[in-house]
Design a protein around this ligand. Structure first.
Ligand code: BMA
Length: 329
């Protein structure tokens, strides 16, 4: 038995597995949990992040508007399933007007470290880079310096210092629909200046694990277990019909997370359901958050579907570890 290191979350959204298929993850029966038109201005709500907050949950949601402006919005929920999303986007405070001037914001992640909730997102600043901000209460938000130069996407913080440093995974990119991409690790003393960059893992060329042959990117905040950091990530295959986004998992070393201990050759979730296969961008599952309960090992994954809606899926730490052992890369 692998143990999740972290808080007990008795109110984690949960549904028992209904079918006995061979997949380690099962979908919530009432997916999608957030529809495209959940707020009046939205064209689509997807690739969003949630976190326990007070006696319920808070979230930061990617809502693309009906002019297709990409921005991030706060929402709250008592049960992690039914959400009230604010009708206006997050307004960040900060000292630098140029940084606060929004080009676009998308694909947020939320990570509690020490005393506050950090938000990272893909931030338009002469190309995509990693925006960083924080809040104590999900009412007032402060924007910090961008973590990196453009072009980069999928900045995901670790929930505690590793060694003496804050740590972040990211995926260097290009300005467009990047046709390449590996996952890297960076560290910082102050969450402003990032360095000591280390390569974590690459795409897989060839037949053994073709679903992750074009690019990969970190998904939810890594989950600390007694065996390592459990990383859920997306992997992309280029097909004659465009990119297909699937979900995979790996186990990273606890003290040196750029060292991969285990990685699954098979994907853990792929676009099978209609809401994952049909939408503004077909055939996309894109995880950005995972709630965990250290008491039971339960994991609830929030993922964007077809760049249109948001869904929920369930697994346990042992289901994922066993799957990696059964299907090693
Ligand atoms: C990536 C990002 C994601 C999106 C995915 C599929 O490059 O833009 O937000 O879900 O493409 O379109």
């Amino acid at each position: 038995m692998t143990k999740i290191v972290g808080d007990i979350l008795e109110n984690i959204p949960w549904q028992e597995r209904a079918s006995k298929d061979s997949m380690p993850i099962w979908r919530y029966s009432k997916n999608p949990i957030i529809n495209r038109n959940e707020i009046p201005s939205s064209n689509s709500i997807f690739n969003s992040a949630v976190i326990p907050f007070k006696d319920g949950f808070a979230g930061v949601f990617r809502c693309d508007s009906k002019s297709l402006s990409m921005n991030i919005y706060v929402g709250f929920s008592h049960d992690g399933i039914n959400w009230n999303i604010n009708h206006t986007p997050i307004e960040f405070r900060g000292e630098n007007e140029e940084l606060l001037c929004k080009e676009y914001r998308y694909d947020p992640r939320v990570c509690f470290i020490e005393d506050r909730y950090y938000i990272t997102w893909c931030n338009g600043y002469h190309g995509p880079t990693i925006g960083v901000g924080y809040t104590f209460d999900f009412k007032t938000f402060y924007q910090m310096e961008n973590a990196f130069l453009p072009n980069n996407r999928n900045g995901v913080l670790f929930p505690r210092k590793i060694g003496k440093h804050y740590a972040m995974l990211s995926r260097p990119s290009d300005t467009g629909h990047t046709p390449f991409g590996d996952i890297f690790y960076s560290q910082s003393e102050d969450l402003e200046y990032w360095g000591h960059h280390r390569h974590v893992m690459s795409t897989v060329k060839g037949d053994k694990s073709a679903w992750q042959g074009t690019k990969i990117g970190p998904g939810p905040v890594p989950i600390e277990t007694d065996e390592g950091w459990l990383l859920i990530y997306h992997g992309v295959l280029t097909t004659c019909n465009g990119y297909v986004y699937r979900m995979g998992c790996a186990l990273l070393d606890l003290d040196e997370p750029w060292k991969v201990k285990m990685r699954s050759a098979n994907y853990i979730l792929a676009p099978y359901e209609l809401y994952e296969c049909v939408g503004d961008v077909p055939n996309v599952v894109f995880p950005c958050a995972a709630l965990t309960d250290s008491g039971t090992g339960r994991i609830a994954i929030y993922y964007g579907c077809a760049d249109t809606v948001t869904s929920l899926a369930f697994t346990t730490v042992d289901d994922l570890i066993d799957y990696m052992k059964e299907n090693p890369l």
